[in-house]
Design a binder for this molecule. Structure first.
Ligand SMILES: Nc1ncnc2c1ncn2[C@@H]1O[C@H](COP(=O)(O)OP(=O)(O)O)[C@@H](O)[C@H]1O
Ligand SMILES: [Mg+2]
Length: 303
């Protein structure tokens, strides 16, 4: 890839398998992608132009695909989002768009949005008051409910804690002063079983069932995957959830409780699809890139 001719930015600190997949899908369609780190971009406002310097690009990219937004201090995270907003302001389509990323990047806000539209999601509490939260956890336990505590920016099942008894120790260090607690959904199995619905645009690209080695089903934690076709009403629930976040592509996690009811436990704004790709013959990266190009008003580069 000649970076001086790059025309599509893939925003990521860690290209890996997904970066390679996206690169292939873009190159097949005549585009030249280049990976960029938001940490390496700069607002250059030293002339009479509003400009954003992006390493590897002499001119602004035709579009930017967001595969990750790095963490950091509040100032750094706002700065990174400012770069994405700034690119959009300069006419560069950003996918997923920064407003949707902001709305859904944390699990608490996602729960709020789902509840506000009466979409089935477990009861939860989201607060920076740890005293308030611990009282609420005790209320759940008093009602014979278990809870799952999750880092609000968590992914791949890292740092999720299941609380069964009031005496269970909570690791507050993972929470960074804000706690998100969700009622545990009992699927009735001895290990975790849940579903991932991968949504691209207004359509479902693929769905899978995940079975964990423990109560955690993430593929990164040893979860096993198999293709599944979910009931259209469940698919519609996933589509509705993604619509309210404004995401263009997303992975929705659902658990079916032992009574048969489905609950959305998470809507991912930067979903991985490596595990899901094992379950389908459809090239998911191609599907995502087709949507990305359409969203960006771009067509095949080949005539
Ligand atoms: N409310 C819940 N009830 C039961 N298991 C849950 C619940 N929430 C999450 N889990 C389990 O924990 C895993 C990780 O939680 P999730 O909210 O999807 O965060 P992550 O972003 O880390 O994937 C899920 O894949 C699921 O197996
Ligand atoms: Mg998840």
């Amino acid at each position: 890839m000649a970076s001086d001719q790059a025309n599509i930015a893939i925003v990521t600190d860690d290209p890996g398998w997904h970066g390679r997949q996206l690169t292939q899908s873009l190159e097949k369609r005549g585009y030249s992608p280049c990976f960029i780190r938001l940490q390496d971009c700069h607002f250059d406002l030293s002339s009479d132009r509003a400009n954003i310097d992006i390493p590897g690009f002499d001119q602004l990219p035709k579009a930017a695909f967001v595969r990750g937004v790095p963490g950091g201090s509040l100032e750094q995270v706002i700065y990174y989002l400012d770069i994405l907003h700034g690119l959009e302001h300069l006419g560069v389509p950003v996918f997923n768009n920064p407003r949707a990323l902001e709305r859904s990047v944390d699990k608490g806000m996602t729960s709020f949005l789902l509840k506000s539209k009466a979409i089935s999601t477990p009861n939860s509490i989201y607060s920076s008051d740890l005293h308030y939260i611990s009282n609420k956890i005790h209320e759940f336990i008093d009602r014979q409910k278990q809870v799952v505590i999750k880092p609000i920016f968590g992914s791949q099942g890292k740092g999720v804690q299941r609380i069964t008894h009031k005496s269970d120790l909570i690791d507050y260090s993972l929470m960074h002063g804000v706690m998100y607690v969700q009622e545990y959904v009992d699927s009735g199995n001895s290990v975790g079983v849940d579903y991932r619905v991968f949504v691209v645009g207004n359509e479902i690209a693929a769905s899978m069932k995940r079975t964990g080695e423990t109560w955690i089903t993430n593929v990164a934690q040893g979860g096993k995957v198999e293709a599944i076709k979910l009931d259209p009403s469940v698919e519609q629930m996933a589509l509705d959830a993604v619509k309210i976040t404004g995401l263009e592509y997303s992975g929705v996690d659902l658990i079916q409780d032992k009574h048969g009811k489905f609950w959305i436990t998470e809507v991912n704004s930067v979903p991985a699809w490596k595990g899901l790709q094992q379950t389908t013959a459809v090239n998911l990266s191609d599907v995502i890139i087709e949507k990305f190009l359409a969203y960006s008003g771009l067509t095949m580069q080949f005539s």
